[in-house]
Ligand binder design. Structure first.
Ligand code: SAH
Length: 352
């Protein structure tokens, strides 16, 4: 049975499905989900992410976290956490770049938060030779200093969507028109959790709520506050998002999110204000990815790497050095939010 038929049968039996349930089913259904059935990244996959574009991305992030570790007195044991590590490329680059920081690797206990068994397998292969621990829930971290990374993780966590109707809200759902999946709206209901959005919306406006991110941010922020550490969270989105940002991408092209569930990536923009509000520790201002990478020295690193390259490899490297930081490419679209302990310096590269 296809995932589309499975979802249609479920809706026929139980009624319309919330958007968060639809997203979770599409992405992580145990046998038919997007992340559970394929490694979707890279040139040959459906979309390409920053660590897959160039090793420089992981190097800059790794050195920022390592500097925070030095600034906080080099805790002798800490969790080096990555949420949603994809193919494991970012962590591999971080571990390679931070080998030059004496004591860092020896103190790091690498923990990967990954829900997909298929991707855990890919990560195992990429990180062969390193001692790795996997957890499937973002809340299940050891109680110790925690230095963490998340690139394009929170955008994959399910959102609910609500359309304003007077002082109430109607929830957007996936239903059936005949045998076809179609969007619809549930009945008008009060939503006390959305009361602060009554001030910045009007009738008919759509907002998104990602309540699944709050426990993850709370667990992470609590460890950083109590034991020390820092986090760099990179994603597309803004300080506060508005409107329908649900998007499906297949073969590097946007597609209808209802067209082929399980076969396309499905994400929604990250509302960084909501993430920060769920973390009980200090947080940075939002920093554009391009500014962040430039401050950490991506241009000097690009020049150094270029010396040993020629031909097509050099062309590709030059394109990557444009793509990651340039404002017209990924530099402004992607933002960085840092978490750090109250009273400590934020990780280098981020705005305070
Ligand atoms: N960070 C990687 C991959 C981003 S794709 C990169 O930059 O290339 C999103 C990743 O998050 C995938 O590894 C996916 O399997 C994982 N993921 C998605 N939802 C998750 C969830 N609810 N819990 C844990 N991991 C999840």
């Amino acid at each position: 049975m296809s995932l589309k038929a499975h979802i249609a049968a479920q809706i026929a039996a139980d009624g319309p499905m919330r958007i968060d349930a639809y997203m979770a089913t599409c992405l992580l259904h145990p046998t038919l989900g997007y992340y559970t059935t394929r490694p979707p990244f890279g040139q040959a996959g459906d979309f390409i992410t920053a660590p897959e574009i160039s090793q420089m991305f992981g190097e800059m992030l790794g050195l920022s976290l390592a500097q925070s570790w030095l600034d906080q007195g080099r805790p002798a044991r800490f969790s080096l956490v990555e949420y949603g590590p994809g193919r494991g490329t970012l962590m591999a680059d971080v571990l390679r770049a931070t080998r030059q920081v004496p004591g860092f690797s020896e103190a790091a206990e690498v923990t990967l938060v990954e829900a997909s068994p298929a991707l855990q397998q890919v990560q195992q292969e990429t990180l062969d030779g390193h001692k790795i621990r996997w957890v499937t829930e973002g809340t299940a971290l050891p109680d110790q200093p925690t230095f963490a990374l998340a690139n394009e993780f929170f955008d994959a966590l399910p959102v609910r969507q609500f359309v304003r109707d007077g002082d109430g809200w109607r929830e957007r759902q996936v239903g059936l028109e005949g045998t076809t999946l179609a969007f619809g709206l549930g009945p008008k209901q009060p939503q006390p959790a959305l009361s602060d959005r009554l001030s910045d919306t009007k009738d008919g406006d759509l907002i998104e709520e990602r309540s699944s991110a709050a426990p993850v941010m709370d667990a992470l922020g609590r460890r950083i506050k109590t034991h020390g550490g820092a986090a760099l969270i990179i994603d597309y989105g803004d300080w506060r998002t508005r409107g329908d940002t649900l998007q499906a991408v297949q073969d590097h092209t946007p597609v209808d999110p209802l067209q082929d569930p399980g076969a396309a990536d499905l994400t929604a923009h990250v509302d960084f204000e909501a993430l920060a509000a769920s973390a009980p520790c200090a947080f940075s201002k939002l920093t554009p990815q391009g500014v962040f990478l430039e401050r950490l020295g991506i241009t000097a690193r690009a020049q150094q790497l270029a010396k040993s390259l020629s031909g097509a490899a050099l062309e590709q490297h030059i394109a990557a050095h444009r793509r990651l930081p340039h404002p017209a490419e990924m530099g402004n679209l992607f933002k960085v939010l840092a978490l750090y302990p109250d009273g400590s310096a934020p990780p280098p590269g981020t705005n305070t």
